[in-house]
Design a protein around this ligand. Structure first.
Ligand code: C2G
Length: 135
């Protein structure tokens, strides 16, 4: 049984999120997903996600390619999460290229190409241009 672990915020869930989760799952038998807490996202990006952690957990948990989810409280705990979930492979998008190579002693670390032309930020910017008021 090969376990794959991956991490993300997955705010305004979109096709780039779906594809990396599906590709991650294809690399093993079980996919575990760490979902950034609202506080971690604020510390990384200086903004709160549009969708709450509870909503993002509900969306990701409903996907057939996902076997288990948990809240990611801190970037520094990645090694602990890899050990706790006995992950064989850590998968991240290539916007994180090289950033988690320090975990190569714990598991294989694979960076997959991002889906081009889409991001939560682009969706937010587009909605604001269309006249949506920030929440
Ligand atoms: N992603 C992708 N293609 C896109 C957008 C995102 O493949 N067009 C991938 C990212 O590379 C990442 C995952 O989808 O692997 C989740 O993206 P985000 O929600 O933006 O995650 P992020 O806020 O970068 O959090 O510990 C790491 C962090 O929790 C990652």
């Amino acid at each position: 049984m090969k376990t794959v672990i991956t991490f993300g915020t997955y705010d305004l869930f979109h096709i780039g999120h779906l594809r990396i989760l599906q590709r991650g799952r294809q690399l093993g038998d079980r996919l575990v997903v760490g979902i950034s807490t609202d506080e971690l996202n604020f510390s990384k990006k200086g903004i709160k996600p549009i969708f709450s952690l509870a909503e993002r957990v509900e969306i990701i948990s409903a996907l057939s390619c996902v076997d288990e989810v948990f809240p990611e409280e801190s970037l520094e705990l990645k090694g602990d999460y890899i050990k706790a979930y006995k992950a064989d492979i850590l998968v991240m998008g290539d916007d994180w290229q090289g950033k988690f190579d320090c975990h190569k002693s714990l598991c294989e670390v694979i960076y997959l190409p991002r889906t081009s032309g889409i991001s939560s930020t682009l969706i937010k910017d587009h909605m604001i241009k269309m006249g949506a008021k920030p929440l």
